[in-house]
Design a protein around this ligand. Structure first.
Ligand SMILES: C[S@@+](CC[C@H](N)C(=O)[O-])C[C@H]1O[C@@H](n2cnc3c(N)ncnc32)[C@H](O)[C@@H]1O
Length: 362
């Protein structure tokens, strides 16, 4: 039986004390599921021998949605330990005695998508999410997110909220189109960046710190924009109830997020480790159904491409062609999704993101 005392280098790497983690030997992982594991606490599952990536990917899928595999530790027969993680792979200092084993560091869903995790993650990478001019993903932040505000078509003076604003580009675009824009995000760093971005773009933006489930504004808004956030929510129904409370009767909600049907995401599922957010992605039709049940009427559905090659094309366009290609790419994207809509969503797998525009009953 493996105990925490055997796993010093792994615990050191996780920066955990022995009492903070449970170690469980799993003799037969082929039938292990998240339901069998339960939601309880953080643990290290110890599988005998070396387990291949595809087998680990299948196990990760069976453990979700109750639990998230955050890292893999491979212990060789000689006692060397290699860490596989989303952030960085590493050979650990020190050795672990005993046979070859594969360890999975598993967190409960509530932990993996917890509030403190979200705040820490976005505070730490806030500058990266803002987008650095010249970087390949720059166009992604500056242009594709514009699509959401453009789809919303805010009229002058409309009270508009960018919920989960990140660097604020969606709300800023709405403000440029004439809306009276407010915004919030759980990450104080993102809120600071959003405020700076609004100031440098010359538009007012009332940006505050808060969660959709714990909102820093009292009154509902005529237009709520929500881009790329629902997949971070531990409970989609709680989240949508809170989002709904932010939309005034007769108001509009424009919501978008990653598309779990996309080919790219399906390919990535062969990897043993994926961010919890990617496993937690919801299909467009599922979100639409949940919002219909809350009294919304769908006015428009789109798919769009956030990853290669669109942002790269837009960056080149912005830098070399004075932005001309950006408008064209957005138009092409809109045309492709209109065709998709016309033929019944047969192109869903071609796009990594979706948008819904819905009106709330008066
Ligand atoms: C992928 S970024 C999208 C940012 C921005 N909406 C955009 O489209 O550029 C996700 C953002 O959602 C925020 N977030 C995560 N969970 C949230 C929640 N429950 N309520 C509000 N914002 C949340 C994060 O802090 C992060 O800034």
């Amino acid at each position: 039986m493996t105990t925490t005392a055997d796993l010093g280098p792994v615990l050191d790497d996780l920066e955990l004390q022995a009492h903070e983690i449970e170690v469980a030997d799993v003799a037969d992982h082929a039938s292990l599921t998240g339901a069998a594991l339960g939601e309880s606490r953080t643990r290290l599952l110890v599988l005998p021998g070396e387990v291949g990536d595809l087998e680990l990917a299948a196990l990760r899928d069976r453990l979700w949605p109750q639990a998230h595999v955050t890292a893999v530790y491979r212990i060789s027969e000689q006692g060397a330990v290699k860490r596989q993680a989303l952030a960085k792979n590493l050979a650990l200092p020190g050795e672990v005695s005993g046979p070859a084993r594969t360890l999975l560091y598993v967190r409960s869903r509530a932990d993996a998508l917890g509030r403190s995790v979200t705040v820490a993650k976005f505070d730490a990478n806030a500058e990266g999410w803002n987008g650095v001019p010249g970087a390949p993903t720059y166009g992604h932040y500056r242009w594709m997110r514009r699509l959401l505000a453009v789809v919303a078509k805010p009229t002058a003076g409309l009270r508009c909220l960018d919920a989960g604003c990140g660097a604020g580009w969606v709300g800023i675009e709405a403000a440029k189109l004439g809306a009276q824009a407010s915004a919030f995000d759980p990450s104080p760093e993102m809120v600071r960046i959003a405020s700076d971005n609004a100031a440098s773009e010359g538009v007012p933006l009332d940006a505050r710190v808060g969660f959709v489930e714990d909102v820093p504004f009292k009154d509902p808004f005529d237009l709520v924009l929500n881009s790329g956030v629902i997949s971070f929510a531990p409970d989609a129904d709680d989240y949508l109830n809170s989002l709904d409370a932010l939309v005034a009767p007769g108001g509009t909600l424009v919501i978008g997020d990653l598309n779990p049907l996309a080919r790219g995401f399906k390919r990535r599922r062969k990897r043993p480790l994926l961010p919890a957010r990617e496993l937690n992605g919801i299909r467009r039709d599922d979100v639409e159904q949940r919002l219909r049940e809350r009294g919304y009427h769908c006015e428009g559905r789109w798919y769009y491409q956030l990853s290669f090659p669109i942002p790269e094309m837009m960056t080149v366009s912005e830098q070399r062609w004075n932005g001309l290609g950006c408008g064209l790419a957005l138009l092409a994207n809109k045309a492709a999704t209109a065709i998709d809509h016309g033929v019944g969503s047969s192109m869903a797998s071609q796009f990594d993101s979706w948008i819904l525009k819905l009106s709330k009953a008066p």
